[in-house]
Design a protein around this ligand. Structure first.
Ligand SMILES: [Zn+2]
Ligand SMILES: [Zn+2]
Length: 248
């Protein structure tokens, strides 16, 4: 399966990239992780007639601002948007006039699926979701596609949920909004050392750092420095950038 990074910034788009959006191209389906501004590139990558799922971590704008271009797409098989309990009302508040076209006016059907914490078997793959630690509710996801385990945890501080979700994963995509050594209690995020520590403790095969704060990581050199710091703790780390594709 392929992991396509379409947006790797946190907070806002800048020269370093668009805000968070990642496509998992699996045998059975397409899974989009968050709807940041990078989502506009998705048409280049969605070529087969497979079902499409969009899993939202939370509703901070850098993760949903791409929803206003859903009318650019023509998803023949429809779109299933998954989010935490209560997310339907939030989505229906934002995705409507006068902000943008409501879901009902799109050329394809959109279904909203609110997920409880825990395990879900109603998809063509297995999903586990857990609440992370952030300034608002935020879900982390663990997917099992056959034998491959992919974990996506953005916008979180160090917590047990991310450790649980990433245990023995083939790939952990963890956020790296903060700079080396930096901490934030009021608005929890991870720094490179913490992400690497989690990868090590969870025994993951590979760690991809993503969601780099647009101000803190205003150059790609700063991302490379984060990679260096993380590598001192966990060897198998890669820094994501827009356009990067990983084969898992
Ligand atoms: Zn964010
Ligand atoms: Zn956030």
């Amino acid at each position: 399966m392929k992991v396509v990074f379409l947006g790797t910034n946190g907070w806002y788009s800048s020269e370093t990239g668009h805000t968070t959006c990642i496509l998992l191209d699996t045998t059975e389906s397409y899974v989009i992780l968050d709807a940041g501004s990078g989502i506009y590139k998705i048409t280049e990558h969605i070529r087969d007639n497979k079902p499409i799922f969009l899993f939202l971590s939370h509703f901070h704008f850098d993760h949903i601002c791409g929803l206003h271009i859903l009318n650019k797409f023509n998803f023949d098989k429809g779109l299933v948007i998954c989010c935490y309990k209560g997310g339907r009302d939030i989505l229906n508040t934002v995705v409507r006039q006068p902000y943008t076209l409501p879901f009902e006016r799109l050329s394809y059907r959109v279904m909203i699926n609110e997920l409880d914490e825990g395990y879900h078997n109603s998809f063509p793959f297995k999903v586990e979701c857990r609440k992370l630690v952030h300034a608002t509710d935020c879900l982390g996801y663990r997917f099992e596609f056959g034998t491959k385990v992919i974990t996506f945890c953005t916008d979180t501080g160090y917590c047990n949920s991310i450790l649980k979700l990433s245990k023995n994963a083939d790939l952990l995509m963890a956020e790296c909004a903060l700079a080396s050594g930096q901490k934030s209690v009021v608005w929890p995020h991870l720094n490179p050392e913490e992400a690497a520590e989690i990868a090590k403790r969870s025994n993951v095969k590979r760690l991809a750092l993503v969601h780099f704060d647009a101000v803190i990581y205003n150059t790609m050199d700063k991302r490379r420095l984060a990679e260096k710091r993380a590598k001192e703790i966990f060897e198998s780390v890669v820094i994501a950038n827009d356009g990067m594709v990983l084969e898992i």
